[in-house]
Design a protein. Structure first.
Length: 94
């Protein structure tokens, strides 16, 4: 499941602005908060394209960064952030 930067920050125990600041300082995000190196970091980050129709302004377009599942641990290692414990899978209990 891909996560937004806000969801990723919450998962890593920090805030979205702090995560963005760390990612920009390390050259992972550009000034629009999109991946600075989309080809290099494609296994961890991706750009989500969105669009919607506005009654007065017509079609509106947006882009945002999504963090792939592998990107969570990758970011934690990049910034020495603790990863939360993985909850036990209780489906095998008989």
């Amino acid at each position: 499941m891909e996560r937004s930067l806000e969801q990723t920050a919450k998962h890593l125990g920090t805030t979205r602005p702090k995560l963005i600041k760390l990612m920009r300082a390390n050259g992972l995000l550009n000034d629009r908060n999109l991946p600075a190196h989309p080809h290099r970091d494609r296994e961890y980050l991706r750009v989500k394209d969105g669009s919607w129709y506005h009654q007065e302004l017509g079609m509106q377009y947006s882009q945002s960064t999504r963090v792939k599942p592998a990107g969570i641990s990758w970011l934690a290692k990049q910034f020495d952030l603790p990863l939360p414990a993985i909850p036990a899978d209780r489906r095998d209990v008989a």
